[in-house]
Design a protein around this ligand. Sequence first.
Ligand SMILES: [Zn+2]
Ligand SMILES: [Zn+2]
Length: 134
Amino acid sequence: MKHNLLLKQYHLKATPQRIAIIQLMHHSGHISIDELYQEVKKRFSSISLATLYKNIHTMLDVSLIREVKIPGHKTKYEISKESHAHVLCTACNEIKDVPLEAASLLQKSIDVSQYKVEEVSVVISGLCPECQKK
Ligand SMILES: [Zn+2]
Ligand SMILES: [Zn+2]
């Protein structure tokens, strides 16, 4: 889907800056604010970090994007998609999506803990194929 249409689907104005943010997020898969800022600044030299944060929060509010919290790492952001787990390379910090059947895990967690569950976040860490060769 075109990135401007994606913004419109969430009833957000497709500003050039927002389109650039979505493009970068789409391209990298998972990106931190700092990484995003460095890239966005190349195209919009006058953009401030505060403006970037504001745009990120607007997109978070409507769930166009979501936070990826990985213990010991800076929060990354990704475009919302069906539930998935993350694999993290402990050597190069690459993050990849892997399919996750979240429904059964969620139900089991609720059955066992009686918690009112809000979110499922699964991170599997190890060495990526590239780093295994080293
Ligand atoms: Zn690696
Ligand atoms: Zn992801």
